[in-house]
Design a protein around this ligand. Structure first.
Ligand SMILES: *Cc1c(COP(=O)(O)O)cnc(C)c1O
Length: 410
């Protein structure tokens, strides 16, 4: 495998032109779209328009005239098309953590005879923390049952209120069998909540086909919505009568501008709104979603699998004796749009790589994470990234005192 071959893959890539839709800095190989997606070219002009015209000139009139008030549901309907949901099943709101809290709280409230949230130990920390806080708030009638990945199916029983899992593991990239686990939990009458933060924009998701009950997901990773972009949540149509929101704010009221003293939830997914939507962030996210809707998701999946396979092959060929080990499934169909490597000095290796223009990230204790966004990563980027990784490892360039200090964000 040489650089010329990778360049020829790029020439044949049906998604090659999508890269031009992004602003990417010169001299940087960006393999961290799994943490913060790159900036779509249309976002800046759209933001200039939203701030200058819609806010600056339209002022409060823009809630109606520029359809700001409809943004959470409108963008939710667009995301629904990316994750196999119907219009009216998804809304954009809050952060993933807050949306998890809302849906977990409701999953427990509507099933008072069931006492457990079941999840796996390797779930993303915020998912575990939110469940812990909720259980504490509820005062001792519930518990979080945390088990190993291999034990999920055999830990299901009639006391489980909700099975809460992240579809694509943030550290290893391993994909859960969404359809199989959803069916297994529902056989015991449990609700199932999937976190799609590393799925949407990375692997095809079909919530309706898997008959999923509840889901949440993140807007700033593979979806490219911008730093801290609003998140989204999904409630299956059949559950929308029962599932309310514990954050019963005015935007989820059936008539927010009637200013009634009593809370009456809106029908459908709108009741999941609490306060005023962050319009600037929402409309930046919408630019990115509109771009995704123009891309063939199966094609994107094919490319991201090929990029991951290429990365593993090159690491095997050129770095096998240098202390790194592949920590993701080697079989592309079992892996999200990332490949993780293990190295005992992983943090310092990543810092040295970033200083050489290859941006990935580090997850404690020893994971180097490389994300392959199909929209803007080229095959030649993968080749060059592995070559620089090899240079860092052979030269021990990571062994510098300044790399020992952990920055606040890794
Ligand atoms: C990134 C991520 C989140 C992010 O939560 P926020 O509250 O939006 O910051 C949550 N869950 C998983 C699995 C993630 O990967």
């Amino acid at each position: 495998m040489n650089r010329e071959t990778c360049l020829s893959f790029d020439r044949q890539d049906p998604l090659a032109s999508v890269r031009d839709e992004f602003v990417l800095p010169e001299g940087v190989i960006y393999l961290d779209g799994n943490s913060l997606g790159a900036l779509p070219r249309q976002t800046l002009p759209r933001m200039t328009q939203v701030i200058g015209e819609e806010w600056g000139s339209g002022l409060i009139r823009s809630w109606n005239a520029a359809h700001w008030i409809e943004a959470p549901a409108r963008i939710g309907d667009k995301i629904a098309r990316l994750i196999g949901a119907q219009a009216g099943e998804v809304i954009v709101a809050d952060s993933t953590s807050v949306n998890l809290f809302k849906l977990l709280a409701e999953a427990l409230r509507v099933q008072p005879e069931r006492h457990f949230i079941l999840t796996e130990a390797s779930n993303f920390p915020t998912d575990l923390y939110v469940a812990q806080g909720l259980i504490e708030l509820l005062g001792g009638n519930h518990a979080l049952r945390v088990i190993e990945r291999a034990d999920i199916e055999r830990s299901l029983d009639g006391s489980v209120a909700v099975l809460m899992l992240t579809h694509v593991d943030y550290a290893s990239g391993e994909i859960h069998d969404m359809r199989g686990l959803t069916a297994a939990a529902q056989k015991f009458g449990a609700l199932v909540l999937w976190d799609l933060s590393h799925s949407a924009g990375a692997v095809p998701v079909d919530l309706n086909a898997a008959q999923v009950d509840l889901a949440v997901g993140c807007g700033y990773k593979y979806l490219n919505g911008g730093p801290g972009a609003p998140a989204y949540l999904f409630v299956a149509k059949g559950l929308q009568g029962a599932i309310q929101s514990p954050l019963s704010g005015w935007m989820g009221h059936t008539a927010p501008f009637a200013f009634e003293p009593e809370y009456r939830p809106a029908s459908g997914i709108t009741r999941q709104l609490a306060g005023s939507p962050p319009i600037l962030s929402m409309l930046a996210l919408e630019v990115a979603i509109d771009l995704w809707l123009r891309v063939d998701q199966q094609e994107a999946r094919r490319k991201s699998m090929a990029l991951g396979d290429l990365f593993i092959k090159l690491v095997d060929e050129t770095c096998h004796d240098l202390g790194v080990e592949v920590a993701s499934p080697r079989e592309a169909r079992l892996r999200g749009s990332q490949v993780s490597l293990r190295h005992t000095e992983g943090y310092r290796v990543m810092r040295a790589l970033i200083d050489r223009g290859v941006i990935g990230d580090f997850r404690a204790p020893d994971i180097l994470r490389f994300g392959f966004s199909a929209l803007y990563t080229r095959y030649v980027d993968v080749f060059d990234a592995v070559r620089r990784l090899r240079e860092v490892l052979t030269s021990r360039a990571w062994n510098r005192p300044e790399y020992a200090n952990r920055l606040p964000v890794t």
